[in-house]
Design a protein around this ligand. Structure first.
Ligand code: ZN
Ligand code: ZN
Length: 358
């Protein structure tokens, strides 16, 4: 186990009075012991950590995994139960957000009445919330690929090109530059499709006079980039320009408020109140942002319901938007890290109004 991270789990064991924790989620597994494969379970006890995986990953696990032991199994559930029985665990936590009901029921039946399996949710959520220097370097590298790829693809944007063309060019460019995988299905939403906050690239052709919202990201060393740019193709209608300016100001004012100790829900309120005051509140239906790391959406959510405060080292997005049916939409998104006295932007594509002259 990576020592400092083992410490975080040991604190949970003590606080929750648990003998052990089973980690099924791949992002947490990678975070805690370094395994990058796609199947395995990490068992953390007070005195030992064991990584369980199958024969496909035995070599990889031996070289990659930083646990006290690696246990190679033929039957995953039997192996877990054997480990729990051998150390006479009576109360074992597990990451409830990734274990489905079938797995939970099977495991409960197999461990029997002597061992309680306890779902952990909020307790594990903040685990990856504060990023280390290495994590920030990977996040920054991923964000830099976004900038390079966008610069290469921007000249292709003109009337007649489809949203899908733009999305594919971004994808290929990011991968040529070293991106490991798309962070998610890219959104390229032009004209009236801009009113769909999650308008995945379609066969629609871009047209003069439209705003085009592009939300894309890649992955470097397991860490994601996430950024949204809205650009104008030629001259756009006054109302579209107006909503662009409102979204940009909402985005900038939320960024300006970022510093350790600020309530995350207050950040959401700063951007939202501004959009509400401008008369577009009902067209901003989603939260202001989310954490980014080994998963593209992770703790902390940046919304009106979030109870935590900002902490130095948290990486979050700020992404207000206005989406007006039958007209179009604007979203502007940056990923930032909270620093001791404010924030540092990881994403770096300029966000001011940009009109591509055709
Ligand atoms: Zn995004
Ligand atoms: Zn996002």
């Amino acid at each position: 186990m990576i020592q400092q991270r083992n410490h975080l789990i040991q604190n949970i064991l003590i606080a929750e009075k648990l003998d052990a924790v089973l980690i099924f989620g791949l992002a947490n597994i990678r975070y805690l012991c370094g395994f990058t494969g796609t199947d395995g379970v990490l068992l953390v006890k007070t005195n030992e950590s064991v990584f369980l995986t199958d024969s496909r990953y035995s070599d990889q696990a031996q070289t990659q995994v930083r646990s006290d032991r690696v246990h190679c199994y033929n039957n995953k559930l039997k192996a877990i139960v054997a480990e729990l029985t051998s150390c006479q665990s009576q109360c074992v936590g597990f990451d409830a957000d990734v274990v489905n009901v079938t797995l939970f029921n099977e495991l409960t039946a197999m461990v029997g009445g002597g061992c309680e399996l306890r779902p952990l949710n909020r307790q594990l959520e903040p685990l990856r919330g504060i990023k280390s220097r290495d994590e920030l370097a990977a996040l920054k590298a991923a964000a830099n690929l976004n900038k390079q790829a966008f610069e290469k693809v921007l000249p292709l944007m003109r009337a007649g090109v489809t949203e899908r063309d733009i999305s594919l060019e971004l994808e290929l460019t990011l991968k040529r530059l070293g991106g490991e995988a798309n962070a998610f299905d890219f959104i390229v939403a032009s004209g009236v499709r801009g009113a769909l906050p999650h308008g995945v690239a379609s066969d629609k052709q871009l047209q003069t006079g439209e705003l085009v919202t592009i939300d894309f990201g890649t992955r470097v060393d397991g860490y994601h980039s996430d950024e949204t740019v809205t650009v104008a193709l030629g001259e756009v209608d006054r109302k579209l320009r107006q909503i662009f300016d409102i979204v940009l100001e909402a985005h900038d004012s939320a960024l300006a408020a970022i510093r350790p100790g600020v309530a995350i829900c207050d950040l959401d309120a700063i951007a939202r109140d501004f959009i509400v005051a401008a008369g577009y509140g009902k067209y901003f239906g989603h939260g202001l942002g989310h954490g980014v790391g080994l998963e593209v959406h992770e703790y902390p959510a940046v919304s009106s319901r979030t109870e935590q405060n900002l902490v130095e080292g948290m990486v979050i997005t700020i992404e207000p938007g206005i989406y007006i049916p039958d007209l179009g939409g604007v979203r502007i998104e940056d990923t930032i890290v909270v620093t001791a006295d404010g924030f540092e932007a990881l994403t770096s594509i300029p966000k001011q109004f940009k009109q591509i002259n055709l």
